[in-house]
Design a protein around this ligand. Structure first.
Ligand SMILES: [Zn+2]
Length: 246
């Protein structure tokens, strides 16, 4: 009887441990499961192509003479195949605008050998110190991609690419140097600064700098009053008229 009782206790300990592990896994992975990246295809009414790359979306903006990429994806091989199918030549990409330096946004950089690769000055600092707080461990550029290729962007800086205006807007929170890009005063690329849930924007679930993030939401709300579409890396894109702006 005593042995049976002991066995029962062991079984309950195993069941309890498994339940705790399952709940912990759910808490950790639920935010990732709830992500809804835009699928590959044209963004209607624009010259923008969305390219699904694993858990996120990379965007390509076509102008008459060049292509601008927003971020570079998590898996270079998959991105290369997707671009071949879409007949987008990565060597024709003139600029890669990085919203931040998490690995799922910079892993494909080596595809764009002819591009100027632009990133905010604060995010450069995270790369320079090899910041440890990254989904894949130590924050670093892909092998073979030298930091000398990075061009620093400042908050409020204006770029002009083949007649297209690009305003660089610091939107910290997810990381200290996260940056959004307002293209042609119409398209607001936010990377991981926000998520879109229902008819509202809110903080990305993995937000490191919570104090900064609240003012980032305010800033993006102001910008959304003036533009047409907001485009995120993990939560698709939406017409701003369909979003309640606080
Ligand atoms: Zn991301």
């Amino acid at each position: 009887m005593r042995v049976k009782g002991k066995n029962k206790m062991i079984i309950w300990i195993i069941i309890g441990s498994a339940a705790i592990a399952a709940i912990a896994a759910l808490i950790i992975f639920y935010p990732m499961l709830s992500m809804k990246p835009a699928e590959t295809g044209e963004v209607p009414g624009t010259d923008i192509t969305a390219v699904r790359n694993g858990g996120n979306t990379v965007f390509f903006i076509k102008t008459d003479n060049s292509i601008i990429a927003v971020d570079s994806g998590s898996n270079m091989g998959n991105l290369e195949n997707a671009l071949a199918e879409l007949t987008i030549d990565p060597l024709e990409v003139s600029h890669v605008l990085l919203t931040h330096s998490d690995s799922d946004h910079i892993n494909g950089l080596n595809l764009f050998a002819n591009a100027a690769v632009c990133i905010s000055e604060d995010e450069m600092q995270l790369l320079a110190i090899g910041d440890q707080n990254n989904s894949s461990g130590r924050r670093s550029l892909p092998d073979g991609f030298g930091s000398a290729r990075l061009a620093e962007l400042k908050d409020g800086q204006e770029l002009s690419v083949d007649g297209l205006s690009i305003t660089c807007i610091k939107t910290p929170g997810h990381t200290i140097g996260s940056m959004s890009f307002l293209v042609d005063k119409a398209y607001l690329f936010t990377g991981d600064a926000i998520r879109i849930k229902g008819d509202a924007i809110s903080l990305h679930p993995f937000t490191r700098e919570k104090e900064q993030a609240a003012s980032t939401i305010d800033r993006l709300h102001e910008l959304m009053k003036e533009c047409q579409i907001v485009l995120t890396a993990h939560y698709g894109y939406r017409q701003t008229e369909d979003i309640i702006i606080g």
